[in-house]
Design a protein around this ligand. Structure first.
Ligand SMILES: [Cu+2]
Length: 411
């Protein structure tokens, strides 16, 4: 299964994707319900509190739930907790999230071949997919609403009041909370001066350490922290006052995408994270890390290699998704050719580099042997020619028998 860049899709493919998003937004999930109360609020399970949810919003809720504050006993709140961000699990968690999202869209649409498109935002000067043909232009009289000509202007969002739920000690319950908001480019320019460049992506890819130090947003020279966007991409040093790389897109889009807990409300989330996943994939192919590169202990809560990713059921560990995408059954269009060709050729080129002296020697010896054989053959041919001339003077009746003998002796 190959994920395609959105601008390399045909108009029909792109329109089909938008139709699928709308279908998912209007189809109640057959397999999942969301929890609308804590275990305590459910009176330790005796009063179940669950609600139906549409397939699109199910994923908004899953993302919210992984990054919401934790409610502790006696009304205490643990705010500094996130099972999907600011730690090593960031990349495997979102990798699994996208795979599950893709699978659920396949089930809703019956299209087994559906793959998530991605948006390659390297060098983008603006949000190129924020137009009415794609994911919605800006409203003519509002800076925060989508253009009425876009399908997405009629979408209602869920899980947008994270701070409020955390304050009240409740969960997002999936009810509609108003329209999708987006205001690309009207963000805080000092935090994110521009979208990431190709050179910045390259600089991040050159970092060989997956995660470092205390493995949170303060990690220096950490591939994960740099790609997530808490560090200066060119130096690798953590920097609190700027949002770079992955984070820069969230800040730039300035609206529903900009608060971590509810960011999956905007369909651009999926296209953005698919591209982030493709950069993770490039890193895996380039550095070929073994599984023990992913921390086994001491990562922030929930982020160790063998820990299960919250809140997915069935259970999967972070480590299970720290593997190359082809082992999980998918690839990216821009990595397929170069990737497979390089992968095919690289081991041979490396072997050739190690044994080149032998290859030159073999070529010289081979040349000499060829020359010797050629000389022998030409000498034999000349002697055969001489004998043939003699044979022609013999009587014709003996020809067959003699020819046979001659042929054999020449060999
Ligand atoms: Cu996220």
């Amino acid at each position: 299964m190959v994920r395609k860049e959105i601008f390399r899709m045909t108009t029909a493919e792109k329109d089909k994707f938008i139709a699928y998003l709308n279908l998912a937004k209007h189809t109640i999930s057959q397999d999942y319900v969301i929890s609308t109360g804590t275990y305590e609020q459910m009176n330790n399970g005796s009063n179940p509190m669950f609600a139906d949810i549409n397939v699109y919003d199910l994923f908004v809720w899953l993302h919210y739930y992984a990054s919401r504050d934790a409610f502790l006993e006696d009304g205490n709140v643990w705010a500094n907790i996130d099972f999907a961000h600011e730690a090593p699990g960031f990349l495997p968690w979102h990798r699994f999230f996208l795979l599950l999202w893709e699978r659920e869209i396949q089930k809703v649409t019956g299209d087994e071949n559906f793959t998530i498109p991605f948006w390659d935002w390297r060098e983008a000067q603006r949000c190129e997919i924020c137009t009415d043909e794609f994911f919605g232009g800006t409203h003519p009289t509002s800076n925060v609403l989508l253009s009425p000509a876009s399908f997405f202007s009629s979408w209602q969002i869920v899980c947008s009041q994270a701070e409020e739920y955390n304050r009240l000690g409740i969960f997002c319950n999936g009810t509609n909370e108003g329209p999708l908001l987006r205001s690309p480019g009207r963000h805080d320019i000092s935090r994110t001066p521009r979208l990431p460049t190709s050179a910045e992506v390259e600089a991040v890819l050159s970092i060989s350490n997956y995660d470092t130090g205390v493995m949170d947003r303060s990690a220096n020279f950490s591939f994960r922290n740099m790609l997530e966007g808490f560090a200066v991409p060119t130096s690798g040093i953590a920097y609190r006052s700027q949002s770079t790389m992955h984070n820069s897109l969230h800040v730039y889009l300035n609206g529903s995408m900009s608060s971590v807990q509810g960011s999956a409300k905007d369909p651009i989330f999926v296209l953005h994270h698919a591209f982030v996943d493709s950069i993770f994939e490039q890193w895996l192919r380039r550095h070929q890390p073994s599984l023990d590169v992913f921390p086994e202990a001491n990562a922030p809560v929930g982020h160790n290699r063998e820990y299960h990713m919250v809140p997915f059921i069935p259970l999967y560990t972070n480590g299970e998704f720290f593997v190359q995408s082809r082992d999980l059954g998918y690839d990216y269009d821009y990595l397929v050719e170069s990737g497979s060709f390089q992968d095919f050729l690289l081991p041979y080129l490396e072997q050739a580099r190690q044994i080149w002296q032998w290859l030159v020697g073999a070529a010289v010896v081979g040349g000499l042997i060829t020359a010797v054989i050629a000389t022998i053959i030409s000498l034999l041919c000349r002697s055969k020619k001489r004998r043939t001339i003699l044979e022609e003077t013999r009587p014709l009746l003996m020809e067959a028998e003699d020819y046979q003998a001659t042929y054999q002796s020449n060999l």
